[in-house]
Design a protein. Structure first.
Length: 163
């Protein structure tokens, strides 16, 4: 038997003000997207902004539905919009912001497994790591330098082809 350890490195900032200007701008747009999230059931608003290689930033937010499986997370809304409107332009980073009137966040929240899988798909497609910038309303920020750190055992087209 052999044990394998997976270690990730996370950059943590205590305030948005410590961020580089591009990261600050991306996170600011994610926070703005939170404001218009459609979350009447959970009151849990999420905004996401994606930085494309051409410098364009696109945003999305969570969209809930009374038939719960019909809703969609902010991260996937933003990535699918980016892919649909800017095909073949790699995604360099995604910033995620959360807010709620009912929950006090004590740390930045990571995306769900489905969103991680979609991020992994785009990383695989472009063969380029996507930085993940997570925040909590009080200002603490964590930056992960690739989706594979959030989802270490990714499933992609390589596995489908048996390679």
């Amino acid at each position: 038997m052999k044990k394998i350890k997976h270690i990730i490195e996370i950059e943590e900032y205590q305030s948005f003000d410590e961020l580089e200007s591009q990261d600050f701008k991306l996170l600011e747009k994610a926070q703005l997207a939170c404001k218009s999230a459609y979350a009447p059931y959970s009151q849990f608003r999420v905004g996401a902004s994606v930085l494309l290689e051409n410098g364009v930033i696109v945003s999305g937010n969570n969209q809930e539905n009374a038939a719960y499986p019909s809703g969609l997370c902010a991260e996937r809304v933003a990535m699918y919009y980016a892919s649909a409107n800017y095909p073949n332009i790699p995604m360099l980073a995604i910033a995620i912001a959360v807010e709620s009137d009912e929950v006090k966040f004590t740390k930045p929240l990571a995306p769900c497994g489905s969103c991680r899988q979609v991020m992994a798909e785009y990383e695989h497609l472009y063969q380029l790591k996507m930085r993940v910038i997570l925040s909590e309303p009080e200002g603490r920020v964590q930056i992960i330098n690739g989706v594979s750190d959030l989802l270490p055992f990714t499933f992609n087209a390589t596995e489908l082809k048996g390679l």
